[in-house]
Design a protein around this ligand. Structure first.
Ligand code: NI
Length: 253
């Protein structure tokens, strides 16, 4: 079964048909799905959604774009959720220098705080990194969670990917791999072993070709698996099977 290692089914893009869509997943070959929190409000939405559907697995954390929402008074609330609600990871956390919604210093501080939570509660991390390759790598090296994690929607070079793989991290590959201009990601995917790859949607964003620009959902991962398969000259069944095994290992499912 397809294992979607990164989704946002709490997003309002799914408000109209969320239940119908999620109920159809099994018939489309999709098994487990990780639902990543990103904002303060998403924490509770993700919790409720994952309680309703046993194949949805929550991660709790604050996205770098929203670090200002994690005020000092709220930190114990986030920590309590992590401690008591059995998330499969801390996420999504990281650095995003593309939008300057908050300072680099604030982002780094919250990233390190959440990496330390992952260490404390023995959980892996889901890392978001955009235009912040070296800062992300250096901070992770200094604060490596023992359960490691995944660099989601990977957008750096093969050389950087190899560094993460050497550290025991997974590389998240999604719809971007099907885009014509995704030369670097194709190189990365070819250059690292399948045993280090997870597939992900990041839905509702980043739908693969032929749905580029439309709303994404986990059933479209067949297109991602096919592209990886053709790059690695194997079958898409092998890609689906091995990436599921990788995700089960990382998220302990
Ligand atoms: Ni995401």
């Amino acid at each position: 079964m397809i294992f979607d290692s990164h989704s946002h089914y709490d997003d309002e893009a799914f408000d109209e048909d969320r239940d119908e869509l999620l109920s159809s997943m099994a018939s489309k070959g999709v098994g487990d799905i990780v639902c990543a929190a990103a904002s303060w409000d998403s924490l509770k939405k993700i919790k409720n959604l994952c309680e309703k559907y046993p194949f949805l697995h929550p991660t709790y954390g604050i996205h770098p774009e929203n670090v200002d929402e994690l005020t000092p008074e709220r930190r114990p609330v986030l920590e309590e959720m992590i401690k008591t609600l059995s998330p499969v990871a801390i996420g999504e956390i990281g650095l995003d220098y593309y939008y300057d919604t908050s300072t680099k210093e604030a982002q780094k501080e919250i990233f390190i705080y959440q990496l330390e939570l992952a260490k404390k509660y023995d959980l892996p991390v889901i890392v978001h990194s955009r235009e912040a390759t070296m800062d992300t790598l250096n901070i992770i090296k200094e604060h490596t969670p023992q359960k490691k994690g995944v660099i989601h929607c990977f957008s750096s070079s093969l050389e950087i990917a190899k560094e993460y793989v050497k550290m025991g991290f997974y590389i998240g590959v999604g719809g971007v791999i099907t885009f014509k201009n995704s030369k670097t990601l194709k190189e990365v995917t070819k250059g690292i072993p399948l045993s280090s790859i997870l597939i992900e949607t990041d839905c509702p964003y980043l739908a693969p070709v032929p749905f580029r620009g439309k709303r994404n959902d986990s059933s479209y991962l067949t297109y991602v698996a096919e592209e990886i398969a053709s790059l690695k000259e194997i079958t898409s069944e092998e890609v689906i099977k091995e990436t599921e095994r990788n995700a089960r290992t990382l998220f302990n499912l």
